[in-house]
Design a protein around this ligand. Sequence first.
Ligand code: GDP
Length: 471
Amino acid sequence: ANLLDVPASEVIMKCLELGLVVTINQRLDIDTITLIAEEYGYKVEQQFATEFISEEEEEEEEVDESMLEPRAPIVTIMGHVDHGKTSLLDYLRKSNITAGEAGGITQHIGAYEVEYEGKKITFLDTPGHEAFTAMRARGAQVTDIVILVVAADDAVMPQTIEAIDHVKAAGVHMVIAINKIDKPGADPERIKQQLAERDILVEDWGGTYQCAEISAKTGQGVSDLLEKLLLEAEMLDLKANPHKRAVGVVIESRLDKGKGPIATVLVQDGTLKVGDHFVAGHHYGRVRALLNEKNERMKTAGPSQPAVVLGFEGIPQAGDRFVVMKDEKAARELASKRQQLKREQEAKQVKMLTLQQISERIAQGEVHDLPIVIKADVDGSAEALADALINLNTDEVKINVVRKAVGPITESDVLLASASGAVIIGFNVRANLKAKELAEKENVDIRTYRVIYDAIDDLKSAMEGMLKPSL
Ligand code: GDP
C-alpha cells in the first residue's frame, strides 16, 4: 500500500474482491501482489519479489520419490460439547499399547500415538474445532482425518454442524463415531438420518462416510473405529521422507520453570534429531532434548510423531512452522531476518490505523484497545464526549483517551496520535492546514463531528467491529 501510495484498507478491499480474506499484517504472495499492482498500473519485477516477498531461504530439499515411506495418519476429534470427545481421547490413551508398554504416567503434550494391529495413529488431543481453526488460520494444516463424534442419545447439534463445515472447508477426510451406544436412549439410526439431512451420508445409507457405533465409556466398537480410521488412511496413501531434515508444526508451547521455553512439535516430514538447528516462527534454537509424553528421552522423531522439543531461544506460537536448517548460521540468519520483518511490521502497524482499520481488527479479535485524542470547542463538550465514550467500554475493547483538550486540531495532536496509534476525534473544531498535511503523511485518522451522538455512534460501531467504510 505504501509503494502504491493508497490506503492499506484499499488493498485489503482489492484482496476481498479477489476472494482473499486478509489482515493488515499478512504477507501477500507474488501472484496476488502482481494482480493488485496491475490494477494501479504498476508492474512487479521479480527481483523486487524475491527481496521482499519470497518465503525466505528455508531451502527445500529435493523430493526424491523413492525415499518416500508410509506415515501414520494425524487425527483430530471434533463434535458437540458433551458428546464424548474427551472420553474417547482418554479411552484411546488408556487402552494404548504402544510398544507393549501399558500404563505409565503420561502427560498432556498436545498429541499422542496409538498403535493398533501394528499400525500407528497420531491423535491431536485438543478436541474441538477451536484449535483446528486456529491452526488453519495460521496456515498450518496438520490433520489428515477428523473423527466427528455424535452422541447417540442426543442429536446433530450446532457444534456438530460447525465441525462438518470446518472439515469441508479444510478438505480433510472424516469418519463418523456415533458415541454413547451403551446408553438406554441411544438411537444411532436417528443420528444417521439427521446427518443425511446435512448431506453427510454414511456407508450403510449408500454414502461415502465410514461410521462406527461406539461407547467411549465401555470401549465397545472402538476397535472398529480404529480399523475404519486405518482404512481411511490407506485410501489417503500418506507418505513422507524420513531421510531428510525435519519440517513440522508447533502444536503447543509454554515456559517451563526448569527447562525454559518448550514446545510440542509434530513432525510432518523428515526426521528430527537431537542437535538439529531449527527455526520456529521467528525463533531460533537447537534441539537439546526430545521427550515423549512419558517424559522419556527420544533420539529422533520421524514423520507424524509428536515430540516435546527443548532448546528454544524464545517461546514459539502454536501453529508456527518448524524447520530444521542445515547449520546454525542458516538458522540464526533466518530467525533474525524474520524478527527484523516482525519489528518492521509492528512499527508500521502503529502508524497505519484509521478508525475503519481499527474496527476491522477489533472484529478479528486482534485489537482490544482504542486510543483516541479528543479536541472540542469548549471544555464542557470535551468532558461530555470523553465520559460518553468511556461508557462504551466493554470487557473486550477499551477506549483510551490519550488527550482531551480545547481548541483546533494541531500538529502536536497529530504527532501524539501517531505515536500512540490513536484516532483524532474533533467536536465542533477543525484541523489547521499543517495538521492536515502531517496527518496525511503519518496516516492519522482525523474525524470531525458537529453532533455528539454521531461521534458516539461511530465509535460504538468501531468497537463492535462494525464500522462501515465512509465513502
Ligand atoms: P466432550 O465435551 O465432547 O469432551 O464430552 P466428554 O468426553 O466430557 O463427555 C461428556 C459426558 O458424557 C461425560 O460425563 C462422560 O462420562 C459421558 N460419556 C462420554 N462418552 C460416553 C459413552 O460412551 N457412554 C456413556 N454412558 N457416557 C459417556
